[in-house]
Design a protein around this ligand. Structure first.
Ligand SMILES: O=P(O)(O)OC[C@H]1O[C@H](OP(=O)(O)OP(=O)(O)O)[C@H](O)[C@@H]1O
Ligand SMILES: O=c1cc[nH]c(=O)[nH]1
Length: 178
């Protein structure tokens, strides 16, 4: 059951614009940076951040994709979220020596980000890896944190954050379900 809408379209827009500014500020520009979105909705978070950065700085930041899922489709959702693996990647540039900025919609246990970092390390040796999440709902199971957060939303473990984005779901909204 939907308990509350936590970010509407305008709030999502504002959060992404703020994160774009923070990325530029933290990295003193975006010269050495690559944005990599984590499937599914993280890809659109990354693309939107790249658009905002272009609007702010007039510069193109390369955008790549990681497809993180579980190879064994017979596992339940509960088990799936506990051992994600990388199925595919599309990284358009050499990431050696670069600052890789991972982007996802929700940061929860941190296991997806762990799998993403493993995949990145297999591909090359970035100088830094940073993380941008539209929502941080807490309950980390690994020592992982986001550098850029759209909104911290304290949750119970039994709740679920549902992110809908126009590109996939036809409208922008972030809700909490119980
Ligand atoms: O920090 P974690 O516990 O790993 O959870 C976060 C991940 O969970 C969600 O993906 P989901 O498995 O729902 O797939 P989807 O993005 O394709 O909907 C979300 O998009 C993050 O990628
Ligand atoms: O609440 C959650 C947890 C993981 N991934 C989501 O998209 N929502």
């Amino acid at each position: 059951m939907e308990k509350a809408v936590v970010l509407d379209q305008q709030a999502i827009h504002r959060a992404l614009t703020r994160i774009a500014h923070e990325i530029i500020e933290r990295n003193k520009g975006i010269d050495n940076c690559v944005l990599i979105g984590i499937k599914t909705r993280g890809i659109y978070v990354a693309k939107r951040l790249a658009e905002r950065i272009f609007q702010i700085e007039g510069l193109h930041i390369p955008v790549g994709e990681l497809d993180i899922t579980l190879y064994r489709d017979d596992l339940t959702h509960e088990m799936k979220s506990h051992d994600p693996e990388v199925r595919g990647s599309d990284i358009p540039v050499d990431i050696n020596g670069k600052t890789v900025i991972l982007a996802d919609d929700v940061l929860y246990t941190g296991r997806t980000v762990r799998a993403a970092m493993d995949a990145i390390m297999d591909i090359g040796r970035p100088s830094h890896i940073q993380m941008a999440a539209l929502v941080d709902r807490g309950h980390r199971e690994l020592p992982i944190r986001a550098d850029y957060i759209g909104k911290n939303i304290p949750t119970a473990k039994s709740e679920r954050i549902v992110v809908t984005l126009e590109e996939v779901d036809e409208f922008d909204r972030i809700s909490i379900y119980e």
